[in-house]
Design a protein around this ligand. Structure first.
Ligand code: ATP
Length: 305
């Protein structure tokens, strides 16, 4: 396997999006006007964002043993992701049936499928790849123990780690949150972890500070159109988002994380990387879709003008 700038360890899912007029009640069948399918999963989205920006990306994930798995593999190849650490499990692919009503409210079900087969022992096979990376990126749609093993291996080889604790998992061992370099929740995940309210900026700052007091090195809290709050032991700064007309914010968080990893691997300081990733994520919310709203480096250059 080639040396990677960004090593993403995480999930892949197929998004099955049904646009409904209304949800059926129990026992009822309704016809829906539209259906779309797309490649998703937090790990995959983040890997695709970094690859589209030009990072050399390796992705460690477990595909389902079905046609969806083949479709995902093709998608990663098409954006230049190194697929040599992608396995095929015994289960079906992870899928996310999503129901979107006319007011754009959505209901999402996640079936993790083969993502549950990405166990610590699978990761051990890739220790040599892992130690060559400039940054390792983790989320929480695979078993927590696998993330713990990734952090142990990264610490052993002095490789920086970015943990996006999404979806929130109250069982996350705080000791591992201390052992990563960048801890990047959104405000809801921050609230769930700290059990503190996050209804205004003062409360968000207090909650982020609580994590720093517990020993977390860099809190990078994404706040939608408000941007990102960066807090560490000596610094607290709100870095504003781009002013854009948002049409679809799905996958904005993943585009921020993937692009932030790209810019850190490229040598940016933390505040620079946040500014650049805010711009990248800001551009993605002006376009419909998740991965398909992520621009290449060239498209990004012209879109942010
Ligand atoms: P999702 O779960 O929808 O992917 P998230 O809650 O994880 O999103 P957000 O905090 O909503 O992530 O957004 C991540 C980043 O995307 C923000 O920090 C910002 O840079 C950018 N962003 C999101 N919404 C907007 C917006 N309306 N205008 C400008 N930038 C935005």
């Amino acid at each position: 396997m080639a040396k990677s700038d960004v090593l993403v360890i995480g999930s892949n899912m197929v998004d099955l999006i049904t646009y409904i007029d209304r949800m059926p009640v129990e026992g009822e069948t309704v016809a829906a006007p539209n259906f779309e399918m797309g490649c998703g999963g937090k790990g995959a989205n983040q890997a695709v964002a970094a690859a589209k920006l030009g990072s050399k990306v390796s992705f460690v994930t477990m595909l389902g043993n079905d046609d969806f798995g083949k479709m995902q593999m093709q998608n990663y190849k098409s954006v230049g992701i190194d697929t040599s650490a992608i396995g095929v499990g015994n289960s079906n692919s992870g899928v996310a049936p999503i129901f979107v009503d006319p007011s754009s409210d959505n209901r999402i079900i996640i079936v993790k499928g083969a993502n549950n087969e990405l166990t610590p022992s699978v990761l051990d096979k890739y220790e040599n790849t892992l130690k060559e990376a400039k940054i390792i990126v983790l989320q929480q749609e695979i078993p927590l123990e696998t993330n713990y093993r990734a952090i142990e291996l990264a610490n052993k080889h002095d490789v920086p780690v970015l943990l996006n604790p999404a979806p929130a998992n109250e069982n996350l061992d705080i000791d591992y949150a201390r052992r990563v370099d960048y801890f990047a929740p959104n405000e809801t995940e921050l609230s769930s972890l700290t059990k503190l309210p996050v209804e205004n900026m003062d409360q968000i700052k207090l909650a982020a500070q609580k994590m720093v007091d517990l020993g977390v090195k860099n809190m990078i809290v994404t706040l939608g159109s408000k941007g990102v709050l960066w807090v560490n032991e000596s610094h607290s700064e709100l870095i504003g988002a781009m002013h854009v007309r948002a049409t679809d914010t799905t996958g904005a968080g993943d585009s921020f994380i993937g692009s932030f990893a790209h810019y850190i691997a490229a040598g940016d300081a933390i505040d620079e990387a946040i500014r650049h990733a805010n711009e990248y994520a800001g551009v993605t919310v002006t376009q419909k879709g998740t991965q398909k709203s992520y621009p290449s480096a060239e498209e990004f250059k012209s879109l942010k003008k």
